[in-house]
Design a protein around this ligand. Structure first.
Ligand SMILES: *Cc1c(COP(=O)(O)O)cnc(C)c1O
Length: 242
């Protein structure tokens, strides 16, 4: 089992390296985040012991159950799932970055909580670049205005944008999503909004990391290609109506 994990990780690092070479990018510009939803503590520990440093969880309950068991390996933990306001208190205990800010209400409540605790947190804004109803995220056309609004919450360190690309075998359609995210980022950076330093583009998963890297990704989030197929369908994590 550990051998499989080792070879999967090696394979992903090779894919990152090849994509960076093709795109004339430095491999240090692209971080690997392990998407560890449904993955057991032992496998996560193994991956961390093999040198990985960054994990992302989708559900606060799952994060809570795993966090203590992996804390001695000191991973950087990001929250990448749909955040319910009643889970804010818990998530800020474990995560150093929340990549899935997608509603003003959640940003506001997060800010209030952080003020009370005298803390700050890194965040990214999730953009629905594929315009699929099943996905969370801000409408790309509203993203600039949304960032301007949440920039007034000075406890939130806005690092960039996150998206889940279109799940399609049509690579040009997938590419359009990533290109759109980058375009939104450029628009925001041109405005020079105080308190906003947007250098992160969190995009690219098991099937589309190469396209994402070509389009400027700074963080790819990989689950399946490292840990194997999941039993839960992704809709369980991506759409709260299910
Ligand atoms: C599950 C998940 C991933 C990883 O997806 P894979 O296709 O398994 O690599 C990335 N980002 C988010 C937000 C996820 O929920």
């Amino acid at each position: 089992m550990e051998e499989k994990l080792r070879s999967n990780l090696l394979n992903i690092h090779q894919r990152i390296e090849r994509a960076c070479n093709r795109a004339h990018r430095d491999i240090n510009e692209v971080r690997l985040l392990l998407a560890t939803k449904t993955v057991n503590v032992e496998s996560i520990r193994n991956a961390l012991e093999l040198g990985e440093t960054l994990i992302g969880e989708n559900k606060v309950q799952e994060l809570k159950q795993k966090a203590d068991a992996i804390s001695s390996l000191k991973p950087e933990i990001h929250f990448i799932g749909h955040l319910q306001t009643n889970k804010i208190k818990e998530v800020i205990k474990y995560a150093s970055c929340i990549q899935s800010i997608d509603r003003l209400g959640v940003a506001e409540k997060l800010h209030k909580r952080l003020v009370r605790e005298g803390k700050t947190i890194e965040v990214m804004v999730q953009v629905n670049s594929s315009n699929e109803k099943s996905k969370f995220g801000i409408d790309p056309a509203q993203a600039v205005e949304f960032v301007q609004k949440i920039a007034t919450f000075d406890t939130l360190k806005i690092k960039g944008l996150m998206t889940i690309g279109l799940l399609s075998s049509n690579t040009e359609h997938v590419r359009t999503c990533f290109r759109l995210l980058r375009k939104v980022q450029e628009e925001i950076n041109q405005l020079r909004i105080p308190n906003v330093q947007m250098y992160e583009l969190s995009m690219g998963m098991s099937k589309d990391l190469e396209i994402a890297i070509e389009e400027g990704s700074t963080m790819i989030r990989i689950g399946t290609a490292i840990f194997g197929e999941r039993i839960q369908p992704d809709s369980y994590y991506w759409n709260e109506n299910i």
